[in-house]
Design a protein around this ligand. Structure first.
Ligand SMILES: NC(=O)c1ccc[n+]([C@@H]2O[C@H](COP(=O)([O-])OP(=O)(O)OC[C@H]3O[C@@H](n4cnc5c(N)ncnc54)[C@H](O)[C@@H]3O)[C@@H](O)[C@H]2O)c1
Length: 447
């Protein structure tokens, strides 16, 4: 198959290079000239494990190329995927479909022969109808079918998710389009990945329903974590106890600082807007959004409490800034609200992230970025683990403690065992677990 990917961001680049790896010929298009120039020069503009090698192999094999020139690529395509951004619209929180519609307007006049246009971007139910209106309105002679094919990959594990998906959802009501999409995904269906064909509207809604459900699940365990702290229970034990029930399942039950990232915050909001526009209330999703928003500043209060209630003028070492490990994506990362709230309380921040600092610098200009965990600890009164990068899982706390003004570890991802932390002379504060004081950690804080 001849495939064109409009938008070469996290989704377009990963799906484009995976399709090429299956043997299809793929052209990735982007408006961003710098991005395309970098890709043509062999530089990958995002951090995603394994992506550099996957791209290099498929470029070398002649199956993958990059361009800003959409028209010739579309003219030769069997399938054109739209994988542009759909951020929350400023002001009202609806999904901003400006990029999707602009892409549709650019694709329309370039179509030659029967072409499937598949929306991979996350778009509200009914968007496929509007894309169809735009394409048919712009080019009434185009022989085209519009399908929905939402993407479920997770940043940080994107290649594996794309190649071994739990399911592939395709909303297609045209038989020819369905046959082409079957061909596109044949390597995966041969590998037993379930392909679910639905109507276009069902497919569009499945993506939002999935993300809202996952956001709700995380928020549920986060609220339970708060209760655990009040009643001296351990949320990790509770999560394990409920997660072993197959009806619940163990995933997305790690209590933490609240969900963030490029999808859940905007997708839950967009789903609520769709519901409102259709005079329907999704109260569980509404509550999820509110609870999660409040949680981020609540995490700052947790840090301040763990430091004895006073942070003005004191330094806090923040470990991890990206919304999750193994990505450089800072969109809606919980660290943004947390750092802001700590700064509002007068703290100085020294932050380190293995991959996210370039993106973070632009969003948090007033904090100190340092090149290692050791530097983040220098003179700090507390270390806060915000993102659970593997590099933070086995810190030499004794050594780090010797550089610090006071020794408090606030582990917002519950990756440490309290006893080990206490043994290194730190106080320990997790999420939904009992707080533990080391004999001398607060003494030092008071000195
Ligand atoms: N990032 C994820 O983990 C993820 C997962 C599943 C679904 N999604 C959805 O996929 C979509 C894309 O997300 P992303 O994270 O890849 O976004 P992104 O911002 O990383 O990439 C979008 C790219 O599209 C380009 N673009 C915009 N308009 C264009 C046009 N007319 N022609 C060519 N290029 C154009 C932009 O320059 C940008 O490089 C969104 O709807 C998102 O919700 C994202």
């Amino acid at each position: 198959m001849q495939i064109v990917m409009i938008g070469s961001g996290y989704v377009g680049l990963v799906s484009g290079s995976c399709f090429a790896d299956f043997g299809h010929r793929v052209v990735c298009v982007d408006k961003d000239t710098c991005k395309i120039e970098a890709l043509c020069a062999g530089n990958i503009p995002i951090f995603e494990p394994g992506l550099d090698r996957l791209i290099a192999t498929n470029v070398a094999a002649g199956r993958l190329s990059f361009t800003t020139d959409l028209a010739p690529a579309v003219a030769a395509a069997d399938v054109v995927f739209i994988a542009v951004g759909t951020p929350a619209r400023r002001g009202d929180g609806h999904a901003d479909l400006a990029f999707v519609y602009a892409a549709a307007r650019e694709i329309a006049p370039a179509i030659r022969g029967f072409t499937v246009v598949a929306t991979k971007s996350t778009v509200p139910v009914g968007t496929g109808d509007e894309v169809e209106r735009i394409i048919r309105g712009t080019n009434p002679r185009a022989d085209v079918a519009i399908v929905s094919n939402p993407e479920f990959l997770r940043e940080g594990a994107a290649i594996n998710d794309f190649k071994r998906p739990d399911r592939i959802v395709i909303g297609a009501e045209d038989e020819r389009a369905r046959a082409i999409m079957e061909e596109v995904y044949r390597p995966l269906s041969l590998n037993q990945s379930p392909v679910l064909f639905t109507r276009r509207r069902d497919s569009e809604l499945i993506k939002y329903a999935a993300n809202a459900f996952l956001a709700m699940k995380i928020t549920f365990i986060n609220e339970l974590a708060d209760l655990c702290e009040k009643v001296s229970a351990d949320v990790q034990q509770v999560a394990r106890g409920i997660g072993l029930d197959n009806r619940i399942g163990p995933k997305f039950l790690n209590a933490g600082p609240g969900y963030g990232g490029s999808c859940f915050p905007k997708d839950t909001l967009a789903l609520l807007k769709t519901a409102q526009d259709n005079e329907c209330s999704l109260r569980l999703v509404e509550a999820t959004v509110v609870v999660n928003d409040q949680r981020k500043r609540a995490m700052a209060r947790k840090v301040i409490a763990a430091m004895g209630g006073m942070v003005r003028g004191r330094t806090i070492g923040v470990l991890g800034l990206t919304f999750k490990p193994n990505t450089d994506d800072m969109r809606d990362a919980p660290s943004l609200a947390l750092v802001q709230a700590l700064r509002d309380a007068g703290a100085r921040i020294r932050a380190y992230d293995p991959e996210g600092m370039d993106a973070a610098r632009a969003m948090m200009p007033e904090i100190d970025f340092v090149a290692s965990v050791e530097e983040a600890a220098e003179g700090a009164a507390a270390l806060v683990i915000v993102t659970e990068w593997d590099a933070f899982r086995a810190l030499d706390l004794k050594r780090l403690g010797s550089r610090m003004e006071a020794r408090a570890l606030i582990d917002l991802r519950n990756i440490y065992n309290a006893d080990d932390v206490l043994a290194a002379g730190f106080s320990y504060t997790g999420v939904g677990r009992p707080t533990c004081e080391a004999a001398d950690s607060l003494l030092q804080a008071a000195e």
